[in-house]
Design a protein around this ligand. Structure first.
Ligand code: CA
Length: 171
């Protein structure tokens, strides 16, 4: 501070502090619930992920009979397992991942297994990159394919490829 007189200096500081107390803008979160649709999300990259269906083709788990096929699907910290379908061309039920956090460069990994009585056999795995919205993508491993239909939805007031941007107008 350029004021050298200690008394004046003290008075100026007191006046500034008084002004700040009297005119301070309260926190935008004070008394404002997110229900009003008027606050920023505390957590960017928050989204919900739903796998609507997964199907695989060309599975060969057993030398005879059909594959007792199931899949483990991983995204970030979440791993879900499908029901088992007795087929070399399996169509599994959807999987609800619920709330997730998008991760740059992170992909959805599908590991396909054949259930055997002594030990489940890992038939292969492949990955797809997720984008916001509803989409169907196919990846392959060996002569097999996995086709994933999914919906990745940003949480309220988030947008962008990774739900990392704030948008006040979105629902
Ligand atoms: Ca088997």
């Amino acid at each position: 501070m350029l004021i050298t007189d200690k008394v004046i200096q003290g008075n100026v500081i007191a006046a500034i502090q008084k002004h700040l107390r009297e005119n301070a803008v309260s926190s935008p979160f004070d008394g404002l619930g997110c229900e009003s649709g008027n606050c920023c999300p505390k957590e960017p990259r928050k989204a919900t992920l739903r796998i609507n269906s997964i199907r695989a083709t060309g599975l060969r788990g057993d030398w005879w009979g059909h594959t007792e096929a199931f899949a483990k699907v991983n995204y970030g910290a979440h791993t879900k397992e499908t029901n088992q379908v007795h087929s070399n061309n399996s169509v599994w039920n959807g999987l609800d991942f619920g709330n997730v956090y998008t991760i740059a460069g992170s992909s959805l990994r599908v590991d396909v297994y054949d259930e055997d009585w002594w030990r489940d056999q890992h038939l292969g795995s492949c990955s797809i990159n997720l984008a916001v919205g509803s989409c169907t993508k196919t990846c392959s491993f060996g002569r097999s394919t996995a086709t994933v239909s999914y919906t990745l939805t940003c949480a309220a007031h988030l947008t962008g490829d990774l739900c990392e941007e704030y948008t006040p107008r979105s629902a």
